[in-house]
Design a binder for this molecule. Structure first.
Ligand code: ADP
Ligand code: SF4
Length: 713
């Protein structure tokens, strides 16, 4: 179906310096774990976005010099000719699809702990880093400032050599333009400190140098226009959109070709806001101010997945270009799908920030809950929209369990041309645990994981959903399938089996009326007492979600965990601060580093993990979020009787998702996807080897590109 004319505005070209952007889709800089050290990964990942219709595709943050080494976080680098060579792979891949290649250049200064290079840190004023331990340095002398200017110019020149068209001078999250600009960092008394003019002097000088020495490229800035109020930001010690944010843009506008705008501080969860706390386009009130100060094209972000919201952004004059990181990860083909009017095929980002969490952990490659192919474009050769016909596509397939893992497997098998895929579930609708979990506070957007797959299944004639059917092992054997995939999920432990003690909690028994698991609270509507103790052994969101759920029922809630903070993985998804605030606002008492030893109605016994001091709580009920058990009995029964499988004509039996290993949704969708992609491999239970980008002693170029199977012999 062709797109409606109202969306045409998204496909109007726009001039950016010497270049023409062919449409209004701009993949803003975002991390993926590739950097410049994994050039194959980087090139294939970014090239995929260009293929999917993004007209500008950027690297993640790119360090210009060895003094700005952010290890263990994985940034790209343009320190030398080797980095230029590696990143040229990426620019070539982007240009192959008629898109512009962008790079976000910066020197992270005092934020960089220089763990690899061991270079002395550079800082504007001598204050230790507010985010990175052991990162400090002496305040730059004027001679060193001049040298830093040169480092910037040389770095930008290398970016041009690498083939980049759009050179962004980054002014956010630990970079020199903001170290100089914000009074929070800048305590200088010379001509680089004090007045606004002095605090933008360095940035102005660098831009002037760039203008006179680097031509043929567009030079713009990514600028944090508002550093927000306390406790989320720097308050008066940073910049506010209507104050120095706007002034900065006006003062430097003649030196730049575009403004890529966002908000926040080093706590960048206020920018990459998760859907639990922020709606789409949540930065509008700040970033729209920029248009009053500039005549140059502006790019805004705001987790844009809805084409109607996008045209609203442009038509209202808020911005000229739709910037996106997460929506482009969840669906690299978002622009193409809008262009072709295929809105039902858009794989909408759910705003869970699992992608972000991988960067925050420092090292691992990107994961995406919605898009299991993200980060797998090169090493596994996966394309998000293209699927090869399976060699065993004539064999009938039965998938038991329509949660994220089973649904994803069914979709991919359907796209791989299987003649008949039956997806069977005991429940009345697809979605598995998402059906109950996404009714909990803040998780509605996560339902998109099921909705996208449901839409795809409805379009695949060869995939059929059969609801309200609980399968026994005998049912499976009699079904007539030759390939059986079991995706039956997991459940929260009703006995308090937990990670710190590797034992159940004494007295924890969810068959009793005063003890419940999350499923019991939501699915069965089990009602607990006036004062509930929520035990978190999980470390991610479920315990805090459960605490919020119970507090909103009007109950007094105490939340206890042995971890050092509430749901430590929430720190990686940038949700920790907001969740802490939400729970405290709801009156929840948070006890970290406490182990729950025992429970009986009216009393729970806890002990401080390190201090050993005991605490007694007057709770009358218990919510257990301590761990999960796999629901794999069906698989085990089938697998344990090979003769019966043979007799039934079942040649392949596989287990995926939480039934195999309880994890986050991203692991379930990946698990189903991986199996379906490799269902015709010699042993689909064992992942095929993938390309590992690393130095190989004595290797030729071919060794790096032929694939791991060759390398492994
Ligand atoms: P995952 O996250 O691994 O996809 P879920 O727990 O979300 O797992 O989904 C598992 C699904 O499997 C649930 O919808 C559940 O109803 C279904 N299921 C579990 N056991 C059976 C069974 N024996 N027959 C049919 N469906 C089942
Ligand atoms: Fe969106 Fe979550 Fe995927 Fe990130 S991991 S792109 S937030 S769906």
């Amino acid at each position: 179906m062709p797109r409606e004319a109202k969306y045409d505005v998204l496909f109007e070209p726009i001039q950016i310096g010497p270049h023409t952007l062919k449409n209004r889709f701009w993949q803003v800089p975002h991390c993926n774990g590739a950097g410049s050290d994994r050039p194959g990964f980087q090139a294939a990942f970014r090239g995929m976005k260009a293929e999917g219709g993004w007209s500008a595709v950027f690297t993640e943050v790119c360090s210009i010099a060895p003094g700005g080494d952010v290890m263990p976080w994985v940034a790209s680098k343009l320190w030398d000719a080797g980095d230029v060579r590696n990143l040229r792979e990426m620019t070539d891949a982007i240009h192959a699809h008629d898109a512009l290649a962008g790079v976000e250049l910066c020197h992270p200064g005092g934020l960089a702990a220089n763990a690899e290079t061991r270079a002395p840190a550079k800082v504007v004023s001598q204050i230790a880093s507010d985010i990175n331990y052991l990162a400090n340095g002496r305040a730059l002398s004027k001679r060193e400032i001049a040298a830093l200017r040169r480092e910037h110019v040389e770095g930008f020149k290398r970016a041009k050599d690498a083939g980049f068209d759009l050179l962004t001078f980054y002014a956010g999250l630990g970079t020199f333009p903001i170290y100089f600009l914000y009074p929070f960092y800048n305590k200088r008394t010379d001509e680089y400190g004090g007045s606004f003019e002095n605090r933008i002097r360095f940035t102005r000088e660098v831009l002037e140098d760039l203008r006179s020495e680097v031509d043929g490229v567009a030079i713009g800035m990514r600028f944090v226009i508002d550093t927000l109020e306390d406790p989320y930001g720097y308050g008066d010690l940073g910049v506010r959109a209507n104050g120095e944010g706007k002034d900065f843009i006006a003062a430097l506008d003649h030196l730049v070709d575009y403004w890529d705008l966002n908000v926040g501080t080093l706590n960048w969860g206020e920018d990459a806001g998760s859907s639990r706390f922020f709606d789409t386009n949540h930065e509008a009130e700040y970033v729209k101010v920029a248009k009053q100060a500039t005549s140059k094209p502006c790019i805004n972000v705001g987790r844009f997945t809805d084409p109607d919201v996008m045209i609203g952004v442009i038509n209202s004059g808020q911005a000229d270009i739709i910037g996106a990181a997460r929506p482009s990860i969840a669906d690299p083909f978002l622009p193409k799908k809008i262009e072709e009017g295929r809105f039902e095929d858009i794989r909408e980002c759910i705003g869970c920030n699992v992608c972000v969490s991988r960067w925050e952990m420092g090292g691992p490659p990107i994961w995406c809950t919605q898009n299991p192919t993200s980060g797998e474009e090169y090493r596994r050769g996966w394309h998000p929209e293209k699927f090869s016909t399976a060699r065993n596509a004539d064999k009938p397939v039965l998938v038991v369990g329509a949660g994220p893992a089973g649904m994803e497997a069914a979709v991919v098998l359907g796209k791989r041309g299987f003649e008949a895929v039956h997806l069977v579930d005991a429940g009345s609708e697809m979605g598995g645990h998402l059906n109950w979990m996404t009714t909990m506070p803040g998780l509605r957007a996560w339902r998109r994981v099921a909705e996208y797959r449901e839409r795809q299944i409805s379009k695949l004639d060869n995939v059929q959903f059969i609801p309200n059917t609980r399968m026994s092992a005998q049912d499976v054997r009699e079904y007539g399938a030759e390939i059986v995939i079991v995706a039956t999920g997991a459940h929260w432990a009703g006995d308090g089996m937990n990670t710190p003690t590797h034992d159940p909690i004494a007295g924890a028994d969810a068959t009793r009326p005063d003890v419940a698991t999350p499923e019991q609270l939501v699915v069965e509507g089990k009602q607990l007492g006036d004062h509930v103790l929520v035990v978190d052994g999980d470390g991610y969101h479920m315990a805090s979600t459960t605490a919020e759920f119970l507090a909103r029922q009007g109950r007094r809630v105490t939340y206890a965990t042995h971890w050092e903070t509430l749901g430590p993985y929430l720190r990686y998804t940038l949700e920790e601060q907001r969740m802490y605030q939400r729970l405290t606002e709801l009156g929840v008492t948070i006890l970290s580093q406490h182990l729950v030893l025992s429970y009986e109605p009216g009393k729970a016994q806890l002990v401080h993990l390190w201090g050993g001091n005991e605490v007694t709580l007057d709770v009358d009920s218990l919510a257990l979020v301590t761990g999960r058990y796999s629901d794999s009995a069906l698989y085990d029964e089938l697998a344990d009787d090979q003769a019966a499988l043979d007799e039934a004509g079942i040649s392949q039996l596989h287990l995926v998702g939480d039934a195999h290993s309880p994890g986050i949704i991203a692991q379930a969708t990946f698990s189903g996807h991986r199996l379906a992609r490799e269902i015709d491999s010699p042993n689909p239970d064992v992942p095929l080897p993938y390309i590992r980008e690393r130095r190989l002693v004595g290797a030729t170029e071919d060794d790096y590109t032929l694939g791991a199977a060759t390398l492994l012999g």
